[in-house]
Design a protein around this ligand. Sequence first.
Ligand SMILES: [Zn+2]
Ligand SMILES: [Zn+2]
Length: 182
Amino acid sequence: MAAPVALACDCGAITGRIDPSDGAHLVCFCASCRDVVRWSGQPDPGTAGVAYFNTTPDRLTIDTGAEHLACLTWKNRKLLRWHAACCGAPLVNTLPGPNPATISLHLARCAAPEAFGPPRAEAFRPIRPRHRGMRGVMAGFARRALAARLSGRWRQTAFFDPDTRAPVAPVRHLTAADRAES
Ligand SMILES: [Zn+2]
Ligand SMILES: [Zn+2]
């Protein structure tokens, strides 16, 4: 296991750490990822895209402020976008349930983004090819999620109750009007 990387929301109420040893650094250029960042009151990433580290949830430990975790869906309701209710900082994307076990952590919340290496993949690029390296990322996602399922590690998640499999916070469905405020 590599040295854990510290993470925090903007106001510091939520703190934690992530093990960077098995996962993929990727950048998404889709409009939804950009809109969520802007709607959260963060600086507009513009055409730079939004950087994530995709791994399994057991590699993320929340040390303080778990009660501030909040959750919304945007255009794609199959993707839960977790953020800090205290300050609005976007934190993590997950699927609607604990399996397949996967998280995409916003690298902007990490103290040492360089620990994740250069981006291995890019999605929804403004130029062709639209996607670069995503096949490898999806293969890694499937391998990690299967291993987490078989080993029971999928239960180690800050975002779902492993018994009821429900999200730990109510899911807010953002409307078009909400999104227009961004
Ligand atoms: Zn995206
Ligand atoms: Zn905060």
